[in-house]
Design a protein around this ligand. Sequence first.
Ligand code: TXA
Ligand code: MG
Length: 332
Amino acid sequence: MQIASNIIHNGGLVAFPTETVYGLGGNALMKESILKIYKAKGRPSDNPLIVHVCDETMLKPLVTGIPPKAKLLMEAFCPGPLTLILQKTCLIPDEITNFKQTVGIRIPSDKTALNFIRTANVPIAAPSANLSGKPSPTSYLHVKEDLFGRIDGIIKDEDSKFGLESTIIDMTTNTPTLLRPGSITIEMIEKVIGEIEISPYIINNTFVEDDTAPIAPGMKYKHYSPDAPITIFEGSPQNVITHINNLVKNSDLKIGILTNDEYSNYFDKENYFVLSLGNNKEEYGKNLFKCLREFNSLDVDVIYSFYFDEKDIGLALMNRLKKAAAFNIVNL
Ligand code: TXA
Ligand code: MG
């Protein structure tokens, strides 16, 4: 921790575990560190970074205030996999927010992450620690795969508990607006602060097409993609199983199938690469990015996926999977 903290104070970059995905951390108060983060990730500079703090004391100087509903959400879910968009003060460099007056703030619950931020004793700007466009890293090995030689260190720890990035909610709009679904679900949030708005990009399943800076997370850029194209089949499990088996029979391609424990038994594993997300939605979330990366190592030509239900954290799972598939969804 002391070594990691020294790197941060010298303007370097350290990847660290969180309960969602691994983050690529730099000193949020140093402009040079921020520029290094964008460079190491190959990330477009108009996609703002989240600032990680260890407690409310570290948070307070960074924002103009904490609105009452934001306070309620913090009491309920922080530390945890939730990012709040708040009005920033001038302590936050414009490079973090792409000159927006708002900043995303998160208090992670992962013990190692908290220990790291506490030891460094400065707010840590951190996007997910993957190369831009690749699936987010849920293991230190994923970070190494993408960023070895491009950053100054990795704090090695267990695989990420949730495996999907934090829920992001904009608290600066009249009615709070969900910008990215995550493990803190809409239902959980509405129980605490009443009805919220859902960004149309989540509902309509589209990327932002225009040239304006992304108003919301991952809405403009292609995300999470494995090398092979993904097709998601929506329909009854029986139809999907039959359809994929037929496709596979008539193909010379190296085929990957993304399914769950229950349906994986219906595929002949001798002929194709069947990866299971697990046997409940928590496991699906934890394993999604890992499976997408595994398809890369298996070097498959195409990936066929089931459509999983979008209730509760299923919304976050399908949000990431649909983006990885560039919204290539076939109704059966
Ligand atoms: O779980 C997480 O949130 C992980 C871990 C490391 O904390 N971090 C993460 O960061 O997913 P990143 O950079 O991959 O995604 C952050 C998203 C970006 O897509 C960005 O558009 C959005 O947050 N964002 C950041 N600041 C924003 C702001 N002021 N307004 C709207 N969106 C913002
Ligand atoms: Mg990311």
